[in-house]
Design a protein. Structure first.
Length: 95
């Protein structure tokens, strides 16, 4: 399934929901949501790297061990930039 397909499935599910309290998305809203989902998926690696850099750059996060509060492993923030730990981190992320 593609990113656009995932977005459209979620939108269709919501639009077909029997719950009367939810308004249906207009075609324009559906297209905007789908476009944003695709944009995020296309930039996923870049966004993850940015998140790790930002979280790793905040001293209180490291001091109090709050990396996981931001969805980041402590090892990701403290790994060297030489790439040796990358395979091990990918393995941990999949767990």
């Amino acid at each position: 399934i593609t990113a656009g397909g995932i977005a459209m499935n979620a939108i269709d599910k919501r639009n077909n929901d029997k719950d009367d309290t939810s308004e249906k998305f207009t075609m324009e809203e559906s297209q905007v949501i789908s476009g944003r989902v695709v944009g995020v998926v296309m930039r996923m690696r870049e966004l993850e790297e940015l998140l790790v850099r930002r979280v790793g750059g905040v001293t209180w996060v490291k001091k109090y061990g709050e990396e996981e509060s931001f969805g980041v492993l402590k090892a990701e923030c403290s790994s060297d930039d030489d790439g040796n730990d990358e395979e091990e981190l990918e393995k941990k992320l999949r767990e």
